[in-house]
Design a protein around this ligand. Structure first.
Ligand code: FES
Length: 144
């Protein structure tokens, strides 16, 4: 059912933990299962120097967190933004179809962390949308 890479990333997760002085932190939840992923980024000169995660979720979510944090380290923000959940699943030699939604957590958590970084530094990152929960909160504030 799972590829060797998925099993390895789940059994030996890398980059687990948090970055105390992170430049960007993103937390997202999967509405289908209630699992949660949090990603911490250290960014210098537009390059992701370090990435760590905490995932309260299934094995596929842990494996995709490991793979994504490995894939983005050393990449520019723009290059990291190009990485999709499909890319992460491909790097893991695939995920079972019923587990593809788990890989979306990784992509969304990365984008949420980059959004947090942009907000803290008053930057506009082209192609980066606010995380859905943030957009909804802002919308509610405006509506009140
Ligand atoms: Fe929740 Fe996989 S079942 S992220």
């Amino acid at each position: 059912m799972y590829s060797e890479k998925v099993l390895n990333c789940f059994m030996n997760p890398q980059n687990v933990g948090e970055i105390q002085d992170a430049d960007g932190v993103g937390t997202v939840g999967n509405p289908r299962c209630g699992d949660i992923m949090k990603i911490y980024l250290k960014i210098e000169d537009n390059i992701i120097r370090d990435a760590k995660f905490k995932t309260f979720g299934c094995g596929a979510a842990v494996a995709t967190s490991t793979m994504l944090t490995q894939m983005i380290q050393g990449k520019s923000i723009d290059d990291a933004l190009q990485i999709t959940n499909q890319d992460v699943a491909k790097a893991l030699d695939g995920l079972p179809p019923v587990k593809m939604h788990c890989s979306c957590l990784a992509e969304e958590a990365l984008k949420a962390a980059l959004w947090d970084y942009a907000q803290k530094n008053q930057l506009t990152i082209e192609g980066l949308e606010p995380p859905k929960s943030v957009a909804e909160e802002e919308h509610e504030e405006i509506a009140e």
